[in-house]
Design a protein around this ligand. Sequence first.
Ligand code: RUQ
Ligand code: CUA
Ligand code: CA
Length: 650
Amino acid sequence: MKAFESKKSGRGSKIVVLVILVAIVGAGFVVSTLTPAKGAIGVGDNPYTRPYPMKHGYWKHQEEFYAFASGGQQGGIYVYGIPSMKLLSEIPIFNIDPAWGWTLANKEVKEMLTDPYTGEVVTTGDTHHTILSRKDAKYDGRWLFVNDKKSARMARMDLDTFRTKQILWLPNVNGGMHGFHSGPNTKLLVGNVEFEGYPEKKIRDYLNIPIDKLKGPYVSCVFGVEVAEDGTMKNKWQVWGPWQYDMVRVGWGAMDGWFINTAYNTERSVNTVGMFKRPEDYVFFWNIASIEKAIADKKYITSDEAPDVPVIRWKDVECYAAPCPLNPHGLDLEPSGRFAIVGGKATTIVRHIDFLKVKAEIDAKNFVGEEFGIPIISGDKTSGDIDAGLGPTHIEFDNEGYLYAGFFVDSDVKKIAMGGPWTKKHGKEPWSIVDTIPAHYSVGHLLVPGGDTAEPYGKYLVIMNKLTKDTFPPHGPLVTECHELVRIDQTPCPLIDQMPLPPETHYAQAIPVEMIAKKTKFIYDMKLPPKKPNVVYDYGKKEVHVVMTAVRSFFIPDSFTVPEGWKVNLTLTNVEQSYDISHGWALCDHDVMESIDPGETKEIVYTASREGVFWYYCLWFCSELHLEMRGRMIVIPEKEWSRDLEWKAK
Ligand code: RUQ
Ligand code: CUA
Ligand code: CA
C-alpha cells in the first residue's frame, strides 16, 4: 500500500508546524496594516460618501447585492446590503428568537426543531455554509439553504418571506455536519460529516472496518439530499467510509457529474497532534452516477433508524484521491469548473488541481497507490503549487480570471492570476500573486458576489475576519466580528468599508438585489374570510381551542377562560392588510412570545398551568393604541370550573 508518492519539489519543507503557526498569529497583530494602498480612491472622489443632508430612501436605491451570511452560533442567517454594509435582517433557524417570531410555542417551529429520530427538541445550532439555489451553476433566487454543524440538520429558506420553511434532519449521525454545497441545478445537495462517528451496529458490520468505541478510529460519511421542484428536501443516500470530510464542492462544467471533498484527518486520529502526522492529506473525487448505480444495483443497506435512506460502502462507488496540502480547509472550484483550488491550513501552499488531468489519469487507470481500496492519483501530474503565505483558508473567484485566497496567519488576502484559459483574459503570469490585500484580522471565509458559481459578478470582495481586535471601540471581552468590503475591479484593491457583525459568521453569499427584491412578499396571502373568533372546550382531551384575530388595536376575543392545567391551542390571525403592520402576542408569566405579520396565521400551543388572571398583549408598537391592545386569559381551578364559565360569543 502506498499512500503518498514522494515529492520532488520539497513541498514537505514548506509545511509549517501548527505550533509555529500559533506563535505567529500573536505576533501578526503588532503591525498595523491600515496604510492606504497606492491608487486608492481618495476623499472627494469617493463614491461611498453618503449624501448630506441625507435623502429619504437613499439606501434602497444604493444597494447592489443582498449578502446572506451564516450566523454560526447565532443559529441563523444575517442579511445585509452590499455596498452599504448595513444589516437588514436576520433569519432565525436553529436558535429560538422571539424578535423574529421564532419560538417553541409556535407549533410549526417546534415541529421543525424536533429530531424525528430521537424526539428531542434542539434549540441551539451552528450555521456554517449557505447555499443559494442555482440553475446552470448560477444563482436563480429561489431558495437559500444552510447547514447546522452541531446537530446534523439543514434548513431551506424561501426568499420571498426570508423565513425558514423546512428543516431536514440527517439520520445515522450525531452531528459534525460541515461542508455543504449544491449541484448546478439544485436538484442534489451534498454534505460532509466532519466528526467521525460510531453508527449503529448494522452499519458498522456492513462497513467491516475495525472500530474501537473507546479509542477510535471511527468512520464517517458524505451524504446526498434530493431537492424537489417545490424545494422539499429529502435524504437520498449516505456513502460511509474510513475518513471524515471537511469541505465539499459539487462540480459543473468540466467537473459536471462529480463532487470533490477534502479530509484533513486522513490520519484517522482522535486528537489534534495526531491529525498532523502525515505530510499531506487527501482531496477526493466522487462520481455521482456511480452512487446512483450502486443504489440501482441494490448495493446498500438501510439502518434501523432510517429504513428509507440507502447506506452505501465507499468501495462500492467510484472514488479517487489525490494528495493535498497538509490539513486542507478551503476547497473551491474555479468558475469554469476545471480547476479545484485547495489550501493547506498548516502550510503556505495553495494548490491548483486540473480536473482535466485528473480525469485523464482516471481514464488511463494511472494510479500511484491505494488506501482502503481508493486509487491514489499522482499530485505531480495533475496539480501545481503556489507558495502564497501562511495559513491559507478559503478561496473565491471573480469574473476576470483571478482567485482570492484568505490567510489566517498572514491576515491578508492574496489576489492570484489564474492559469489555464484565464491567462489570455488577464495577460498576467499564470498562478502569480498580483496583490496582497491586508485584513483585520485572521481571515476565515471570503465572499465575492457569485464567487462560487460559473459566472461570478465580481466587483466586490468581503473579507470575513475571525478576529477583530482594535478595529472598533472596545465592548467587553467577547468581541464582534468584522466584515471588510474591498473593491476588486482595480489593482491594488482598496478597502472601502468595515462592518461590525455579531458572532460568528462563516460562509456568506451575495445575490443581485433585483433577483430578490421583485419577489418579496409584503403581506401574507390570507385565507378569506378568516375564521370567526371562537373558543371551543374539549373535555375529553382537556384542551381549549381558541381562534383569535389581531387588528389595530384589538384582539378578538379580548378575554377567554380556561380550566387550570389544560392545554391551549391558539390559532391567531393578523387580519391587517397593511405593509409593516405586524402584531405580537406575549402572554405574561408564560413562555409565550409570538410575532405575527400582516395576513399571517400562527398556531400557538402552551399549557395554562396556574390559576390566575394573565394579560396577553401586543409586542410591536403598531398604532397609537398599541398599549391598549391587550386581553386576559382567566384560569380557573378545575374543581371550581363549570360549563357556565365557558367563553361565549358576544
Ligand atoms: S468552514 S469552520 Cu466554511 Cu471555514 Cu466552517
Ligand atoms: Cu398590535 Cu401593538
Ligand atoms: Ca492531516
